[in-house]
Design a protein around this ligand. Structure first.
Ligand code: F6P
Length: 515
């Protein structure tokens, strides 16, 4: 199919009749069934779990969906998806496949075999540490940044509310305060350091790692390097840096940084929750991989979500998308999604280097409900921006207090979606403009049975595939991130006293004593 076909489809999407959400519901009694679905999976020892994905409160209708299915076909979605799981070069600018799926048994036989060998090795090290092979270990300071920190931070935070086998602190920022805070919470005699870096060259991580070793040495730990575990796709560099080979957990180069939670970058998750939970997380992700691989058209949940994302970004001009988790355990989920979606799809050119024909990734932002209701929802309900919202909640409560807590949490979650859509006026005569709500504001809801390790894996994999599907519909490469390089280089130049900077930047450097 040609670029002409794609632009014809976009014209169709852009000129399609715009009906309100109320009109869409009124015209189709089966709208909820047509635009929502339940995906169920079973994980041995963990039981059956499921998630309900309701996209009925979006403006998608059957005409739009027909056109989007045509767009997916014209964009080569089926071929791209197969290439993803078959180890094809889906990251052409770096000439690499993207094999994070293989870490959860969704890939070629050879890749899955390699991944399993690496995970088995990781499991053995985790087990050995739990058994005391490195002495008594009560704390882990996990040092990494971006994809080497956000996933572990999210998963440890989400899955250790009941029990944490080892107390994990994730440190990413070069701001020494972050590391000092972790030091203050840990006993150096019983602390392990994980240095997590795909490249093992990232300035923040290597600087923090050096300081962590110094902290151990200054506090009487005789051989601090014996307390370091390296999680990396560059084991040679880790050896050069002084980590013993037995404590290096490698992962394949073809696993991208923001897709690396499933690899040894997930080591702190396994250490804190046990390898069994870590494996359950992989199994939940595998269930979504299977759905994504085997389901066609609008019945494919990540693809359907991508249709809505593209529709709002390009046709309705929505520049942001908000995600609110009505669950404390997912407090870090919006942060995680920001990197996944914005680093993957925040691009301006296609894989062929041509300008993309429309807006690419929306700005992802969000927070936790009900807190966010009392902070930012005013703008969602009455502001001039239309912001598509995703709500995420769990039917099973994460807490053990009076069930009234959880009932109120869920009621608030559902009420927000209903209010955004319905609109109305809160004044006595129904006419006060200040108390009026335009309504017709879109949202989607993901309601899970129970937010356990398997479900967390499923939720993350759903968003990975949604991000990939968005990229295919735009023709861009979601697996590179050259946009982060220029600023890094300039910072290095500045630190080294090199480079030619603009007058504003020179004056800031001067004011801070950097020159
Ligand atoms: O600067 C962006 C980035 O390359 C991310 O994509 C990556 O997750 C992060 O830096 C950390 O990289 P590394 O794991 O190599 O230290």
């Amino acid at each position: 199919m040609t670029a002409d076909t794609i632009s014809e489809i976009w014209s169709k999407l852009e000129t399609a009749e715009r009906r309100t959400l109320s009109q869409l519901f009124a015209s189709d009694p089966e709208r909820v069934e047509n635009l929502s679905q339940r995906i169920e999976f079973e994980i041995p020892e963990h039981g059956i779990n499921g998630l309900l994905l309701d996209w009925s409160k979006t403006h998608l209708d059957s005409d739009l969906l027909d056109a989007f299915e045509d767009l997916a076909e014209a964009s080569g979605f089926a071929v791209a998806r197969q290439a993803l799981f078959d180890g094809g070069i889906v990251n052409p600018s770096e000439g690499r496949p993207a094999t994070h799926g293989a870490m959860r048994r969704s890939g070629t036989e050879a890749q899955v075999e390699e991944a399993e060998a690496l995970l088995t090795r990781m499991g053995m090290l985790v087990e050995a540490i739990h058994q005391g092979a490195l002495g008594e270990i009560k704390h882990l300071i996990h040092i990494g940044i971006g994809g080497s920190a956000l996933g572990p931070d999210l998963a440890v935070d989400a899955l250790t509310r009941d029990l944490e086998l080892v107390d994990v602190h994730v440190v990413s920022n070069i701001d020494g305060l972050a590391l000092e805070q972790a030091f203050a919470a840990c006993d150096p005699q019983t602390t392990l350091i994980a240095v997590a870096s795909k490249t093992f060259t990232t300035t923040e991580t290597m600087t923090n790692a050096e300081s962590a070793l110094k902290w151990l040495a200054d506090n009487g730990v005789g051989d601090p390097s014996g307390r370091v575990i390296a999680l990396t796709a560059n084991p040679e560099r880790a050896v050069e840096w002084g980590v013993d080979e037995t404590r290096i957990l490698p992962f394949p180069e073809s696993v991208g940084g923001r897709y690396s939670l499933w690899s040894s970058i997930g080591f702190p998750v396994a250490l804190a929750t046990g390898m069994d939970d870590f494996r359950a997380m992989l199994a939940g992700a595998h269930a979504i991989d299977t759905h994504f691989r085997e389901t066609e058209g609008r019945a494919n949940a990540p693809l359907l979500a991508a249709f809505a994302d593209r529709y709002y970004a390009r046709v309705r001009g929505c520049q942001t998308r908000a995600v609110f988790a009505y669950d404390e355990r997912l407090a870090l989920f919006p942060d995680y999604l920001q990197q996944l979606e914005m680093e993957s799809n925040g691009k301006s050119v296609t894989s062929d280097g041509d300008p993309v024909g429309g807006p690419t990734a929306a700005v992802t932002w969000g927070g936790v409900g009900t807190d966010a209701q009392h902070a930012v929802f005013q703008l969602l309900h009455q502001g001039t921006h239309v912001i598509p919202v995703d709500f995420i909640a769990s039917i099973a409560a994460g807490d053990e207090l009076d069930p009234a807590h959880h009932k109120a949490l869920l009621a608030n979650c559902f009420a927000q979606g209903a209010a955004l859509m319905a609109g109305g006026n809160m004044s006595a005569d129904g006419k006060d403009p200040a108390r009026g709500f335009a309504g017709d504001r879109p949202s989607a809801t993901i309601l899970v049975d129970d937010l356990d390790a398997g479900m967390l894996g499923a939720l993350i994999a759903f968003h990975e595939h949604r991000t990939f599907a968005n990229a295919v519909l735009m023709g861009i490469n979601p697996f590179d991130q050259f946009g982060v390089e220029l600023g890094k280089k300039m910072a290095r130049d500045m630190e080294g006293g090199e480079g030619d900077f603009d007058p504003s930047t020179r004056s800031l450097m001067d004011a801070a004593g950097l020159v």
